[in-house]
Design a protein around this ligand. Structure first.
Ligand SMILES: NC(=O)C1=CN([C@@H]2O[C@H](COP(=O)(O)OP(=O)(O)OC[C@H]3O[C@@H](n4cnc5c(N)ncnc54)[C@H](O)[C@@H]3O)[C@@H](O)[C@H]2O)C=CC1
Ligand SMILES: CC(C)CC(=O)C(=O)O
Ligand SMILES: [Mg+2]
Length: 355
């Protein structure tokens, strides 16, 4: 089983190191090869996603990814910015289905900024379409406006775009995921304003007819943002487009206690996957040894489950994470009074010991 290890920038290197440590003690025939991606790849090779890194990722059974980006690259031309590396990997590998499970571990109920009764027992699955929408739609750019409110002024534009087959395939993913859970899907869009969202909703309804055992409801994205903090447990599977899913999943991360707890799996139609925490490279805490590695460790568990067919090993990692939380060990982001604050490295070591 060949795994491409792409730590990236900022806390990416720190958290991936802990996940690799965890994978190594599992006693599985894993062949791991590391490569540069993001800002560090730009520094070394002049491109955030070097040909060799993309080749390695494409030839692997799975990719374990940290995060890319740093404010210092914000002035680079867009194609050279670190974030293009993760977008390029998603596009080139066809990783259209992004699973972001938001689970509130019992021990972290008090770590969230929300009231304990709102989040205790929370287990929702956000399914985000990952290769379409405004992040990839063409045309985009800057120009001088010839119409609109300010003709003659500089303007910028992006294109929000979804095709029927793109929506159909993510709909099937969502309904099939719901069949394995509580058989409820909430499709989130903005059909009261956007054409893409109207097509999204129409296709969800059509595909839903093929899954009569699954209950489908719809919610506008602004309301969904509100309901996620008002009554998050009313959701089970939430399916939405690329940009809405990006935003709502960061919001949902706080239901679990911290963004450092939210893993993700991005899958293509061949079962190949890229696994990464839902957060970014956190330049504000990079190099301090305080980042929470659990989202990345839990992403490694998802990798074993979804791409490498190692359910038992995935369950072992998830149980080990639960155990270290039971032991009262916390990185700074999930610390609360009466628990023991540990570093990134100590948290990784504790998971290894628990295994
Ligand atoms: N997939 C990727 O590689 C992603 C990259 N980014 C990039 O990351 C950079 C920083 O973006 P931000 O908006 O600050 O988002 P971010 O997710 O990196 O950080 C947001 C906040 O959460 C905290 N945080 C994030 N992960 C944490 C962890 N594991 N443990 C403890 N605290 C954690 C950070 O310290 C920060 O205060 C940007 O360059 C952005 O483009 C952002 C999101 C995803
Ligand atoms: C570069 C961004 C699209 C990454 C991000 O924010 C995400 O995937 O959550
Ligand atoms: Mg995001």
């Amino acid at each position: 089983m060949k795994i491409a290890i792409l730590p990236g920038d900022g806390i990416g290197t720190e958290i991936v190191a802990e996940a690799v440590k965890v994978l190594k003690v599992l006693d599985l025939p894993l062949e791991m090869e590391t490569a540069l991606v993001g800002g560090c790849a730009f520094e070394a090779h002049g491109h955030p996603l070097p040909e060799s890194t993309l080749k390695l990722a494409m030839a692997s059974d799975a990719v374990l990814f940290g995060a890319v980006g740093d404010w210092k690259y914000d002035k680079l031309d867009r194609p050279l910015r670190p974030e293009q590396a993760i977008l390029g990997l998603r596009k080139n590998m066809g990783l259209f289905a992004n699973f972001r499970p938001a689970i509130c571990y019992e021990q972290l109920v008090n770590a969230s900024s929300l009231k304990p009764e709102l989040i205790a027992g929370l287990d929702i699955l956000i399914i985000r379409e990952l290769t379409g929408d405004i992040y990839f739609g063409q045309p985009r750019g800057r120009r001088i406006a010839t119409d609109g409110h300010f003709p003659g002024a500089e303007e910028a534009f992006d294109t929000m775009r979804y095709s029927r087959p793109e929506i159909e395939r993510i709909a099937h993913v969502a309904f099939q995921a719901a069949q394995k859970r509580s058989k409820r899907v909430t499709s989130v869009d903005k059909n009261n304003v956007l054409e893409t969202s109207q097509l999204w909703k129409d296709v969800m309804v059509e595909i839903g007819k093929q899954y009569p055992d699954v209950e489908l409801d719809h919610m506008l994205v602004d309301n969904a943002a509100m309901q996620l903090v008002k009554a998050p447990k009313k959701f089970d599977v939430l399916v939405t487009g690329n940009m809405f899913g990006d935003i709502l999943s960061d919001e949902a991360s706080m239901l679990t206690g911290s963004i450092g707890m939210l893993p993700s799996a991005s899958l293509n139609s061949r079962g190949q996957g890229l696994y990464e925490p839902s957060h970014g490279s956190a330049p504000d805490i990079a190099g301090k040894g305080i980042a929470n590695p659990l989202a990345t460790i839990l992403s490694a568990a998802m990798m074993l489950r979804f791409s490498l067919n190692q359910e038992a090993a995935a369950l072992r990692i998830e149980a080990a994470v639960k155990k270290v939380l039971e032991q009262g060990l916390r990185t700074a982001d999930i610390y609360s009074e009466g628990t023991q604050k540990v570093s990134t490295l100590e948290m990784g070591n504790a998971v290894v010991r628990a295994l």
